[in-house]
Design a protein around this ligand. Structure first.
Ligand code: PLP
Length: 405
């Protein structure tokens, strides 16, 4: 057994090189490995390939950008047309009026940026004592130190030494618990961070009224509300953002993944007007935050093209159709007595297994049938590309039924 030079993310470092599957091609919702085996992608890679694989419009846009300006930084005084265009298009589609967009390269960087901007905004408003960050159990916010610190998945926080101080955790959908926290620490809380639908923590939609309750508490106490929409954005819930789907408007939105469908790395933060006002209030204030690849022209060109695909191909309407079929199919397996439960919204769903089932074994049994899904806690998650056909959705459900039987 030998390991490869590539140390894989979220993998066992001792895993043998030959046990990884080498993918060579993707088209629509299907991938092929180097031995010619086909896989139906029930997870849109890792919750991100909403436009599906092999989309010519996005690929051509990337090639076109590479042919003109492949790369240049956007620190003062530089900018590029792709970044400016993408920021404008995102701001036009955001739920917050007159917002601006800060670009990062990943969701983890987007989360760090949002947490830093939240504390900075409070400071610029003269509220230095507001430094606490509130997060939820089962929340996943990436793996940088900021996102690791506000994680609600305990195992992901272990082994990294001292994390960012000033983080308080509340139970997932417990608005009374959040209210108690605000009653005790209200004037010290800078921000609350929440995924509209929790993804990696097990696919947990918000309880009715929960997000509205968070919004109310933040307003009453002067805290900022951050929606981490790294998974929920870009049509996953049938609209541009989960904020619009649930009718709750945050102060900051983190995004990544679906903004380019993963064709090039890109993330960012949508910054609402009141937060921008604080940042812009002193003309001499310098924002000492940013990444070498913030506003990378090739990634941003991929983003512009991806947004065009979503609109031109009507993919957000497909989210509801795909989600409806998937939800119905999984509920039928609950009726058949082979699944313990099902939960989800839009086109993101989890099949809850009975306690005697090992989710990793179910994942492997699905893979043996050429179906990709993700084992999560005690469930199997599905998050298909929004180009998936009705028949292919049926194959996801049939595959799970066979795997369980
Ligand atoms: C809600 C959420 N936030 C942040 C991240 C981190 O994004 P990235 O892996 O691009 O750093 C993820 C990744 O899955 C996520 O689901």
């Amino acid at each position: 057994m030998t390991t490869s030079a590539f140390l894989h993310p979220f993998s066992k470092p001792a895993k043998a090189a030959e046990d990884f599957i080498t993918l060579v091609r993707g088209e629509g919702s299907t991938l092929w490995d180097r031995d010619g085996n086909a896989y139906l992608d029930g997870l849109a890679s890792l919750w991100y390939c909403n436009a599906g694989h092999g989309n010519r419009h996005i690929i051509d846009a990337i090639k076109h950008q590479l042919d003109s300006l492949a790369t240049y930084n956007t620190f003062d005084p530089w900018t590029n047309e792709a970044a400016d265009t993408l920021a404008t298009r995102i701001a036009e589609r955001a739920p917050m009026a007159d917002s601006r967009v800060f670009f990062t390269c990943s969701g983890s960087e987007a989360v760090d940026t949002a947490l830093k901007l939240a504390r900075l905004t409070q400071r610029l408003r003269g509220d230095e004592q507001r430094h606490l960050l509130v997060s939820r159990t089962s929340g996943y916010h990436g793996t940088a130190y900021g996102g690791t610190s506000v994680q609600g998945i305990a195992a992901n926080k272990e082994g990294w030494g001292e994390l960012v101080p000033g983080v308080l955790n509340v139970a997932q959908n417990d608005i009374e618990g959040a209210a108690r926290l605000f009653a005790e620490h209200g004037n010290e809380i800078a921000a609350v961070i929440a995924e509209p639908v929790q993804g990696a923590g097990g696919v947990h939609p918000p309880a009715p009224g929960y997000l509205e309750g968070l919004r109310r508490l933040c307003d009453q106490h002067g805290a900022l509300l951050i929606f981490d929409e790294v998974i929920c954005g870009w049509g996953r819930l049938g609209q541009w953002f989960g904020a619009q789907h649930y009718g709750v408007t945050p102060d900051l939105i983190t995004f990544a993944k679906g903004v380019t469908s993963g064709y090039a790395p890109l993330g960012g933060v949508i910054v609402s007007r009141p937060v921008c006002d604080a940042l812009e209030s002193n003309p001499d204030f310098l924002l000492r935050h940013g990444y070498t690849y913030s506003g990378h022209p090739t990634s941003c060109a991929a983003g512009v093209a991806t947004l065009e695909v979503y609109e031109q191909d009507g993919l957000f309407e497909r989210a509801n159709v795909i989600g409806g079929l998937l939800g119905d199919g999984l509920r039928a397996l609950v009726s058949d007595g082979i699944l313990a439960g099902v939960r989800g919204d839009g086109a993101i769903w989890a099949a809850e297994l009975f306690p005697d089932r090992d989710p990793y074994m179910v994942r492997d049994a699905l893979l043996a049938q050429g179906v990709i899904a993700r084992p999560l806690v005690s469930a199997i998650a599905f998050c298909p590309p929004l180009v998936m056909t009705d028949d292919e959705v049926g194959r996801l459900v049939d595959g799970l039924a066979t795997a369980l039987r």
